[in-house]
Design a protein around this ligand. Structure first.
Ligand code: ZN
Length: 363
């Protein structure tokens, strides 16, 4: 740990002991790379990603996705160092959700730690709704959730919803009582509605700073309310497209590293060359800069991000030391869903380029 370049010390002033990932290795470059070269080889816990819509050309939200497709996607995700993740199914009909959830559960991959159900109990308005299909957005009710949870054989572990969706608050209480984590996202909630959702048991803000209106009253608004609410952890998509660097820096300062989780929100285009891909029923385009959006649409539609890139960007944007950022993609998301990180990742950190290169993954 002491080998870290102290000039990049955190704005928080020190590495917080509780934030240091188990297995965060010492630099192994004594005989080769020198501190001046900024290269270190590290042994890390396997990464945990709570939001993955697809990968390597495979869309988890497409009922036509086969078991072979899923195996290919899981293998490609693992190569990025992610050994546990939540496949994420965005707003769709009950039938589509059920078919996709069944396929994911029956695939039986140990790296699938459950399902993240994002929608359909979200805001219908353009802006907060993002790339979710408007026709399938609906009010929240336990009966609809139970049908989806039955199809998923009880594996839905995280639900993202809008507190203002009709029926959302009682459902939050019921989900939490049943051991399902609840996140706030794709929402136009008022200050009071955010507070009510937290009181009901919501514990996470999903990709905070995205999935809300493009224009908000300066204060109060749902961003300040969630940023200042210590009972909420927050996930962020740090790909350089979803949030500008100063926003990432300010938001992580507000939440503190201890309440920050890095997610990719990756979709089928992740790990693939620029081109046209799908997320749910929507066609989207990955451009050469790594931005994923429907052609001509202002809102982004998932990302082509990987966790190692998210870690590198987070160090670059926040000035935090690497050892404060690593837990945002390992122990913190794992603890949030009640698991432990699995396996190990050997990676090379280039402090000059803010680049974390995965060399090998076990487990
Ligand atoms: Zn989303």
């Amino acid at each position: 740990m002491n080998e870290l370049d102290t000039s990049r010390r955190s704005f928080l002033g020190r590495a917080v002991g509780a934030c240091v990932s188990p297995g965060f290795g010492r630099g192994a470059g004594a005989g080769g790379a020198t501190p001046a070269a900024g290269l270190r080889t590290l042994e890390l816990a396997g990464f945990v990603d709570l939001q993955v819509n697809g990968f390597a050309g495979v869309d988890f939200g497409d009922p036509a996705t086969t078991a072979g497709d899923l195996s290919r996607a899981v293998a490609a995700i693992q190569k990025t160092g992610v050994t546990r993740f939540l496949p994420t199914l965005i707003t769709s009909s009950l039938e589509t959700f059920a078919a996709c959830a069944r396929a994911l559960v029956r695939a039986g991959h140990p790296s699938i730690a459950g399902i993240h159900m994002e929608g359909p109990y979200i805001a219908p308005e353009d802006g907060p709704r993002g790339a979710h299909a408007r026709e399938h957005v609906r009010g929240a009710d336990l009966d609809d959730f139970k049908r989806r949870q039955d199809a998923a054989e009880g594996r839905i572990r995280l639900v993202t919803l809008a507190p203002e969706a009709p029926g959302a608050l009682p459902l939050v209480e019921q989900l939490v009582a049943g051991g399902v984590r609840v996140a706030i996202g794709h929402t136009a909630a008022s200050r009071v509605q955010i507070q009510d959702a937290v009181a009901a048991g919501a514990t996470l803000s999903t990709h905070l700073g995205n999935g809300c209106a493009g224009t908000l009253p300066r204060h109060p608004n749902l961003l300040w309310e969630q940023l200042g609410e210590d009972r909420l952890l927050a996930s962020f998509i740090v790909d350089g497209h979803h949030l500008p660097p100063a926003t990432v820096r300010s938001m992580i300062r507000a939440k503190t590293p201890a309440r920050t989780i890095l997610v990719t929100d990756a979709m089928a285009a992740a790990g693939m060359p620029p081109g046209v891909y799908t997320i749910g029923r929507q066609r989207v385009e990955l451009d050469a800069t790594g931005r994923v959006a429907a052609p001509g649409a202002p809102n982004l539609a998932g990302s082509a991000l990987s966790i190692p890139v998210a870690i590198g960007n987070s160090v670059r944007f926040t000035g935090l030391p690497l050892e404060d950022v690593i837990p945002m993609a390992t122990t913190r998301p794992a603890e949030y869903i009640g698991i432990r990180p699995a396996g190990t990742v050997v990676a090379e950190w280039d402090a000059e380029a803010f680049s974390l290169r995965v060399l090998s993954v076990a487990g």
